[in-house]
Design a protein around this ligand. Structure first.
Ligand SMILES: [Fe+2]
Length: 297
């Protein structure tokens, strides 16, 4: 299968992973081997939801790593509006600079959840909370590295996969081969669309390195986050080894019907649809998150 994306397998960026055990999220620092430039992919802001307490240990670890190596942070990339953790991007940006980027269909996500949370007109639904809205096939640079995006909807409508040389960050479009794929039942999600998006990723060269956004250590194995296109094609339990789109859609829809809502979906959506910012404070300077009663299911 051919594609028109500007793949450059001769470029090997340095990739450092940070695993957050509270949300099973893997964040990354991806660095240009020939300069000090780097990007952060899918950072985490910590929340003790029961206590309503926000903190920044996870983000501080990434900040310390970047500072220790004297790196220049150019991008904070969000593969999508996460429903299971809060983004740490604005906090890291406030300390280190860089531009926050997400897929242009963030506007669809903002529309849907702006309604769910009954946000007033002050909540802009035009993606203006982000510095860059990526379209399919857009290119950008991290130092001297030419990077490109692929629009990979299905898990959510705004999902983007980012490729930097021989490293591809799939967000939740794929899990490790023994983890399969992410759910496709959130508003704007669709299993058939997810299957087609996964095929776009699997059309990349077999030795393309793939970096996951989540891993749950299925069957008791240790947490892993790196695989290849070739390994996914051969072994992915949901889409590998010639599984058909029909098989996938049937399986995915049946599985999704059984899944509980993610533990942090309510705070995550309210924060992440704002580019990782908390809702505006009230007139007394206090900040609240809402719980929409019967609004999500
Ligand atoms: Fe997700």
């Amino acid at each position: 299968m051919t594609h028109s994306y500007p793949v450059n397998m001769s470029l090997t960026p340095e990739v450092k992973a940070f695993f957050d055990p509270a949300t099973w999220t893997i964040s990354y620092v991806v660095k240009d081997p020939d300069s000090k430039s780097c990007a952060v992919v899918d950072s985490v802001m910590d929340i003790d939801y029961a206590a309503g307490h926000i903190s920044y240990e996870s983000a501080d670890e990434i900040i310390a790593y970047i500072k220790a190596q004297d790196l220049k942070l150019e991008w904070l990339l969000e593969t999508h509006v996460h429903a299971d953790h809060l983004s740490g991007a604005p906090y890291i940006q406030s300390k280190l600079g860089g531009k926050i980027g997400i897929g242009e269909n963030i506007t669809m996500v903002q529309d849907v959840f702006g309604k769910v949370f009954n946000e007033g007109t002050e909540f802009q639904r035009d993606g203006s909370q982000f510095d860059r809205l990526f379209k399919d096939g857009d290119t950008y640079k991290i130092g001297g590295m030419e990077c490109f995006t692929m629009h990979t909807p299905g898990h959510t409508p705004a999902c983007m996969t980012h490729t930097v040389g021989n490293a591809t960050f799939t967000g939740d479009t794929l899990f490790m081969p023994d983890g399969g794929s992410a759910r496709a039942d959130f508003p704007g999600g669709d299993a058939a669309t997810l299957y087609d998006s996964i095929q776009k990723v699997l059309a990349l060269p077999d030795d393309m390195r793939l970096f996951m956004c989540h891993d749950y250590g299925p069957n008791g194995r240790d947490i892993e986050w790196e695989t290849t296109v070739g390994a996914e094609k051969e072994h992915n339990i949901h889409v590998g080894a010639g599984k058909t789109k029909e098989d996938f859609v049937k399986f995915r829809e049946a599985r999704d019907a059984q899944l509980e809502m993610p533990r942090l979906i309510i705070p995550s959506l309210q924060v992440n649809m704002r580019g990782g910012e908390l809702p505006p404070a009230d007139k007394d300077g206090k900040t609240f998150l809402k719980v929409p009663v019967n609004g999500l299911k």
